[in-house]
Design a protein around this ligand. Sequence first.
Ligand SMILES: Cc1cc2nc3c(=O)[nH]c(=O)nc-3n(C[C@H](O)[C@H](O)[C@H](O)COP(=O)(O)O)c2cc1C
Length: 221
Amino acid sequence: MACQLLLSRLPAGVAESENQPETEPIMNKTATTAHPILPLLAERWSPRAFTAAKIDATALGSLFEAARWAPSASNLQPWGFVHATHGSAGFAAIVGSLAAGNVTWAQHAPLLVVGVAELTKADGSPNLYGRYDLGQSVAHLSIQGAALGLHLHQMAGFDSAKLREAVSLPASHEPVVVIAVGAVGEASQLPSPLDERERAPRSRKPLDSFVFTDTWPAGRP
Ligand SMILES: Cc1cc2nc3c(=O)[nH]c(=O)nc-3n(C[C@H](O)[C@H](O)[C@H](O)COP(=O)(O)O)c2cc1C
């Protein structure tokens, strides 16, 4: 079921009438895994080309509901999200804070989401797990998105002061990530060399380079 959604040009999370005509074969970006993993995890990847189809309200609700149910240290849930749809003033303001290399493609995404961490606890002490917990909630959101046939592309390439101003963030909170969300578009809509990068196979370090038994190997950085 989930695999069918992921390979479809008609993801569940977007309005059918707004989908683009199909002109390019769908790329296979599924991870080549050394061990079996959940299909949604293997099929998640970070595109730069998105269709213009808007995310419908039901899908939007499910994305943030998934983020809501992530675990967090002391259940503080120190995350927050500001979302803006393509064409809105809020969307343009967020784009204005992005690094130039991200603007190139992210300006065409149907939805941008700013992921925010609350780094100070109610008693004034620092929440050392604020960014960790936000990341975990975004991981939940990304897999819920995959189940809806949507993809995310997270970005750390932004001007923090500009982004803070763009979304009127209070000093107690930190903008940590901007996330483009949508249905996968066609690599050919990207300028070079992004189009080649879009088609390139995904890669990861081998498991034995970062998973160890009992102790960290002596002398290993
Ligand atoms: C915290 C974070 C910051 C990232 N920042 C950027 C960015 O500024 N620009 C960009 O193009 N990709 C960015 N990425 C995407 C990564 O490059 C991408 O996830 C990685 O290459 C693995 O590709 P995959 O997600 O398709 O497996 C970021 C990802 C994360 C999690």
